[in-house]
Design a protein around this ligand. Structure first.
Ligand SMILES: O=C(O)C(=O)C[C@]1(C(=O)O)C=C[C@H](O)C=C1
Length: 117
């Protein structure tokens, strides 16, 4: 029966368990801050979307590569593998592009409905 204090449920308690639990609390705290910043970034992207007129503007491949190059450089400065920053941001930007395309389609429907009424 698990005591709930070991590093992995069901495993035997080990000498590093206290430290693992402590480090996981640090990770949980960092995740709270990271997601808050990502939410703030997403709000800015949503606002920016309202100024975009078409799919090319939404996709902005040149800007995507600029952001990826920037975050790779920042990762290096902070001693983090740049590939992790790149993969994270490519996933983030893919999802934000999808969100922007959905919004663009919604705006087009609104405009078409307005023109009919
Ligand atoms: O810079 C833009 O135009 C954005 O829409 C933001 C962002 C990003 O998340 O950095 C998202 C989608 C791409 O078009 C390019 C960049």
């Amino acid at each position: 029966m698990s005591s709930g204090t070991e590093a992995e449920p069901g495993g035997d308690p080990g000498p590093g368990d206290g430290r693992i639990a402590e480090l996981r609390l640090s990770i949980d705290d960092l995740d709270r801050r990271i997601v808050a910043l990502l939410a703030e970034r997403t709000t800015v992207v949503r606002t920016l979307t309202e100024y975009k007129r078409d799919e090319d503007a939404v996709r902005s491949p040149g800007r995507v590569e600029q952001v990826v190059a920037k975050v790779r450089g920042l990762a290096e400065e902070h001693g983090m593998p740049p590939a992790i920053a790149e993969a994270t941001y490519r996933t983030l930007i893919d999802e934000l592009t999808r969100l922007q395309l959905d919004r663009l389609a919604e705006r087009r429907r609104e405009t078409a409905a307005g023109a009919r009424s």
